[in-house]
Write a new protein. Structure first.
Length: 233
């Protein structure tokens, strides 16, 4: 019935953990996006074509503050830049089909990448495709459910759901710090945020991310160059 039928069933089973996380979070996104009074179809299109959880949540306050398209684009790039490296790990996959190869690279997320890496025993292109597909499906489905809930719960203030955004980034920050133990990046990020908040810059989130990226990039570049000089003389 399906290409790689056994892998379809295996991927459906293995991706259920992602469903428990993606669907509620996407529902929160769908409801928060609707609170901007933008047509509901755009939230679903965003989840389908952008498919970047943290970046989509960031877009909500940026859109609320009438941020420029350039600001939205750069913020999305900075938040999801790590996905470039996920894609590089799968360049040899789907050489026989450019569409599937492109979709796999587009659809890789932290969760789908983690599932695929944890199930190395399969090492099957169809298994990897279906994991990405199901995770994408859960995210879009959650957004649709969020839109439906918002339309049926008229009069409720959904601003409390912004707590899910704070929680999401707190978890990502803690996980990243536990993995890298990079105090410098953590301090730079926190200070950049408070500087632009104190200055009451309209797009404080965008500028704090941009400043953090520039400072960390310069420091990393200088550190690596110093290391090369020490090695080669």
């Amino acid at each position: 019935m399906f290409y790689g039928g056994n892998m379809f069933r295996e991927a459906l089973f293995d991706s259920k953990a992602a469903a428990f996380g993606y669907i509620p979070l996407a529902m929160a996104f769908g409801m928060l996006f609707q609170s901007l009074q933008i047509h509901w179809i755009f939230s679903i299109l965003m989840s389908f074509f952008v498919y970047a959880g943290s970046a989509q949540f960031i877009a909500i306050p940026l859109l609320a503050n009438h941020a420029s398209l350039l600001s939205l684009s750069i913020a999305t790039f900075l938040v999801n830049m790590r996905h470039l490296f996920y894609g590089l790990a799968f360049l040899d996959k789907f050489k026989f089909n450019k569409f599937l190869k492109g979709y796999l690279i587009f659809g890789l997320t932290d969760e789908s990448y983690a599932i695929i890496c944890a199930k190395k025993k399969y090492d099957n292109k169809w298994y990897e495709f279906y994991i990405v597909f199901f995770c994408h499906l859960y995210w879009v489905l959650g957004t649709v459910l969020g839109v439906i809930l918002y339309k049926n719960l008229v009069g409720i203030n959904f601003n409390f759901l912004f707590f899910s955004l704070v929680t999401l980034f707190a978890i990502l920050t803690v996980d990243a710090f536990k993995f890298t133990r990079n105090y410098f990046a953590l301090i730079v990020g926190v200070l950049s945020y408070f500087i632009f908040r104190y200055l009451e810059v309209k797009e404080y989130l965008f500028f704090s991310m941009l400043l953090s990226f520039i400072i960390i990039f310069i420091r990393t570049y200088k550190t690596e160059n110093m290391g090369k000089k020490n090695v080669f003389g």
